[in-house]
Design a protein around this ligand. Structure first.
Ligand code: NAD
Ligand code: MG
Length: 397
């Protein structure tokens, strides 16, 4: 019997948060230490009643009183905290061992970084944190001995295909890696004629053929900015040059990514497309545990296809890859402009095909010094957001 693990789930009411709770619901060795949500008090209350965490956090201060009343009425003994600082507090509490970082977007950066600085096992779903602050993040992990296990299915697949030692990846043996290949389904618009993309709606963009996810990442998958962000994520996580990362379209989403070694061997990880697989791997590593996902039936699959991505169909992928090559502040600006453009698209204020144009313009007009501190990163992020908002408002009028 292994010792009980105390886990904090940042963003527990989201898609990844719920899948994490589904995996640990069947595993008594995991105890929930803290759950957090931005504003969905009903969902957070329900989770508190089922999992009885020590702490619950509502990060939107305007919903705090409402949550306090609901918890009190229900007789729950969970202690309620409020505001964005409380996210950092629970993520770095000495009684918590494992942090699932599953807040969406830049809003998750400070708490993900706090968990890393406190030396936790950090299950990192919040890819935007790494895109914005990759060097800072990985350096903090080295300094504190935090173990960062990527939960993004592609990076988790790569982690599974790389040699590891008890503390994490085996740095020496990583030299034998020639390149990594990120696979992507191509999203809902893979086969759509380019001229039809102008008229797509948020509902169409959020209907992903293979994965069920939150709305922001669903739109990112439809533009393939998701693969662009993942390209940057892979460079930071595995200390790779942009030239060592490739993207392949694989519509069946059976192979989640691959590692090419210098002797010609290629290792791939396969599973049904369900985030409970990488979540269970991150929780149990270096062991394995039940995830609840049905076994892969390869005989029942159609042929597995692979092809190069069409960068004209998916200019956001191209922008992401270019930002990775440029480094410096480019990934921060790219991420900020993308978050603003995607939010505007979801609110009906921006056409789907305008998303890459806004991002490209913000990238060309937002200088940013080397992102060596959180303050510089946040300043660069804020300037890019404000320009993106300005451009979108201008366009709408
Ligand atoms: P989601 O929208 O379903 O959930 C987001 C969570 O973050 C919710 O709990 C919400 O309350 C919280 N949140 C939102 N805004 C916040 C704010 N301002 N401050 C604090 N908390 C806030 O998102 P998701 O699909 O679960 O994705 C979460 C992260 O995981 C994203 O970074 C995404 O890219 C990554 N990811 C998701 C999937 C997936 O299958 N859903 C796969 C790979 C990576
Ligand atoms: Mg992914």
């Amino acid at each position: 019997m292994s010792a009980v693990k105390n886990i904090c789930i940042l963003g527990s009411t989201g898609s990844i948060g719920q899948s994490t709770l589904a995996v640990i619901a069947g595993a008594p060795e995991y105890q929930v230490f803290a759950l957090t949500a931005h504003s969905n008090t009903d969902a957070l209350l329900e989770q508190c009643l089922q999992f009885k965490p020590r702490f619950a956090v509502i990060s939107d201060p305007e919903r705090l009183d409402e949550m306090a009343a609901k918890l009190q009425q229900s007789g729950s003994s969970t202690q309620l905290l409020g505001g964005p600082e409380a996210l950092e507090q629970v993520a770095s509490d000495s009684e918590c061992d494992t942090v699932m970082a599953a807040i969406v977007g830049a809003a998750g950066l400070a708490s993900s970084l706090a968990a890393v600085r406190a030396g936790k096992r950090v299950l990192l779903a919040n890819k935007e944190a790494l895109v914005m602050a990759g060097d800072l993040f990985m350096e903090a992990a080295r300094a504190s001995n935090a173990l960062v296990i990527p939960i993004d299915s592609e990076h988790n697949a790569i982690f599974q295909c790389l040699p590891s030692v008890p503390g994490g990846l085996a740095a020496e043996q990583l030299k034998a890696v020639e390149k990594v290949v990120l696979t992507g389904s191509g999203g809902p618009f893979l086969e759509m004629p380019r001229e039809s993309l102008v008229a797509v709606t948020p509902e169409q963009a959020c209907r992903h053929p293979k994965w069920s996810m939150g709305r922001k990442i669903s739109v990112d998958s439809a533009t393939m900015m998701n693969k662009g962000l993942e390209f940057i994520e892979a460079c930071y996580l595995f200390a790779l040059d942009a030239a060592q990362v490739e993207v392949l379209i694989h519509p069946q989403s059976v192979i989640h990514s691959m590692v090419h070694y210098l002797d010609g061997s290629v290792l791939a990880q396969m599973a049904n497309p369900d985030m409970r697989v990488p979540i269970a791997y991150g929780l149990a590593w270096p062991q394995r545990m039940q995830s609840g996902v049905s076994p892969l039936d390869l005989a029942a699959e159609q042929a597995l296809e692979f092809r190069e991505p069409d960068l004209k169909q998916f200019p956001c992928l191209s922008l992401g890859m270019e930002a990775a090559r440029q480094g410096g502040g480019a990934p921060i600006v790219l991420n900020a402009a993308n978050e603003v453009a995607v939010a505007a698209f979801l609110e009906g204020r921006l056409g789907f095909s305008r998303i890459p144009l806004i991002i490209a313009e913000v990238l060309s007009k937002t200088p940013c010094e080397a992102p060596s501190s959180l303050a510089i990163i946040q300043d660069c992020d804020a300037r890019a957001r404000s320009l993106a908002n300005e451009l979108i408002i201008k366009e709408f009028h």
